[in-house]
Design a protein around this ligand. Structure first.
Ligand code: URA
Length: 255
């Protein structure tokens, strides 16, 4: 992507006058902190002397290959999701929102749940937040078609309320199977709900960003940033989101 185009996307993010800072002072050395649903109960250790102490709680082991949806290919999984009645959201949805993108993508973007527009169109991140997400991706040289985008929940919670524990627990195996099929090189969790559910933690988003977490037995690097809907409401945080995107790009450049 040429620099003029990149500048236009940064403008869309409201960052045109901003000078890029690198994560923890050096773009060459993203810190590595291990914390994931697949970690053992032992506290995570920093990978390098410069890395900060782990700030994420260890979480329950989940064997991705042994989850409820193991064995399903993309087509079968999509059909199972479309027919799902495992929680009460199936009664209020217009349709399920499976996920979209390149099934060979290096990047997996994970959001919270479909909103009204997504529920209507059957595709994640197609409303205003989706437009900002596209700009965020473009700012690091990624087209929407290059990545895969999915949510923790495949159905819209009424009134866009937060997912409850049952809904998340019933729906996560679908995402876990998507991850197993996709084998992404990096996961970007956008927003607190996605981050907390993927990492099995109740820590705040602020405590989770700017670290490399690991997801699943495959230990996929996972980076956390703000949800685009939050950034639309709180544009002053866009700079931090941009730091996170740069951080994630540095992480994947090392995979
Ligand atoms: N917010 C999300 O988290 N996901 C979507 O698909 C749309 C809005």
């Amino acid at each position: 992507m040429n620099s003029q185009l990149r500048r236009e996307y940064l403008d869309a993010l409201g960052l045109k006058s901003w000078t890029l800072r690198t994560a923890r002072g050096s773009a060459d050395a993203p810190s590595l902190v291990i914390a994931s649903r697949a970690q053992s109960a032992a506290p995570a250790a920093p990978a390098a002397p410069a890395a900060p102490a782990a700030r994420s709680a260890p979480s329950p082991v989940r064997d991705v290959s042994a989850t409820r949806e193991a064995g399903a290919d993309w087509e079968e999984l999509r059909a199972r999701v479309a027919a799902c009645t495992r929680c009460s959201l199936s009664a209020t949805r217009t349709q399920t929102v499976f996920g979209v993108g390149n099934p060979h993508a290096d990047w997996l973007i994970v959001g919270e749940a479909p909103g009204a527009e997504e529920d209507r169109r059957g595709e994640p991140f197609v409303g205003r937040a989706g437009q900002l997400l596209n700009s965020m991706l473009h700012a690091i040289g990624l087209a929407r078609e290059q990545v895969y985008i999915a949510n923790v929940l495949k159905c819209r919670p009424p009134g866009n309320r937060d997912p409850n524990l049952t809904e998340a627990a019933e729906c996560l195996p679908y995402l876990e199977r998507q991850i197993a099929l996709l084998k992404p090189k990096i996961m970007l969790a956008v927003g607190r709900i996605a981050a907390q559910n993927l990492l099995g933690t109740e820590k705040t988003l602020g405590a989770l960003r700017q670290q490399v977490h690991r997801f699943g037995l495959s230990q996929v690097p996972l980076v956390v940033t703000y949800h685009p809907a939050y950034l639309l409401r709180t544009p002053t945080e866009k700079r931090k989101a941009w730091e996170d995107l740069k951080f994630a790009r540095d992480v994947i450049s090392r995979v």
